[in-house]
Design a protein around this ligand. Structure first.
Ligand SMILES: NC(=O)c1ccc[n+]([C@@H]2O[C@H](COP(=O)([O-])OP(=O)(O)OC[C@H]3O[C@@H](n4cnc5c(N)ncnc54)[C@H](OP(=O)(O)O)[C@@H]3O)[C@@H](O)[C@H]2O)c1
Length: 214
């Protein structure tokens, strides 16, 4: 499978790309917004393509064309305001969905956030972020793409525990970025995850059992 990762230079993105490279079954492209980031990836033997999520659907279509799957793990982050949340986390994400459709790339994995689907459970301090995640996920579910929406709890940089909980609704909890990356790669390889959206936290199940239970 040829996979393109948006947010490739981010923390989950980098771990995922390393995992894909190490596993060796798939080809991976890093979609990044700065020349030096593309060069860094190229020096590690990973194709780097320059594109800004604030750019046009046409530009995004060009970089997605030729890939079998899109992973969206980008985000404007906590240091910018709700304007960037709208432009990147919502519109940026939806533009990649439109671009994937135009490019004929059917498979699409979204890194969302725990309970983004359920307004009652949003963290009220970052409501605009949840609004963006919620509507991006809804657009994806209605896009006709072969989607999987992974909704992790609070992200940590701990070493992967190798055990997770996966369910339609989980209590607030945390999960390491490494385990999120493993779930993303395992989801790409498990057809059962197509058309599914689920919360993800630390837990007591192996990746295989957790995804197999969907
Ligand atoms: N933090 C949490 O607890 C939490 C919980 C649940 C879900 N999430 C979600 O998890 C995902 C990944 O998290 P992370 O920790 O890996 O995030 P991260 O390290 O902040 O990475 C985000 C990436 O998005 C890229 N990006 C931002 N704006 C862009 C634009 N206009 N065009 C292209 N790329 C752009 C950034 O590029 P640069 O490297 O150039 O800055 C960065 O590489 C995000 O979608 C986040 O919303 C986070």
């Amino acid at each position: 499978m040829k996979i393109i990762v948006f947010g490739a230079n981010g923390q989950i993105g980098k771990i995922l790309i390393d995992k894909i490279k190490k596993e060796g079954t798939h080809e991976v492209t890093a979609a990044v917004r700065k020349e030096e980031q593309a060069k860094d990836f190229q020096s590690k033997g990973v194709k780097g393509l320059l594109v800004d999520l604030e750019g046009s659907v046409e530009e995004l279509t060009k970089v997605i064309r030729g890939h079998d799957a899109v992973v969206f793990s980008a985000g404007s982050g906590g240091k910018t305001g709700p304007d960037k949340t709208l432009l990147v986390d919502l519109d940026g994400a939806v533009k990649t969905m439109e671009a994937a459709s135009k490019a004929g790339t059917k498979r699409y994995l979204m890194v969302s956030a725990l309970q983004a689907n359920n307004r009652k459970n949003w963290n009220q301090k970052i409501r605009p972020y949840y609004v963006a995640k919620h509507y991006a996920d809804r657009c994806l579910a209605e896009s006709g793409l072969d989607f999987t929406i992974v909704r992790p709890g609070g992200l940590t940089n701990d070493k992967g525990a190798g055990k997770v909980a996966i369910s339609e609704q989980l209590e607030r909890g945390k999960v390491s970025r490494e385990d999120v990356a493993t779930v993303l790669l395992a989801s790409l390889e498990e057809e059962k995850t197509i058309g599914k959206a689920f919360d993800l936290t630390e837990g007591d199940k192996s990746f295989k059992d957790a995804l197999g239970g969907l």
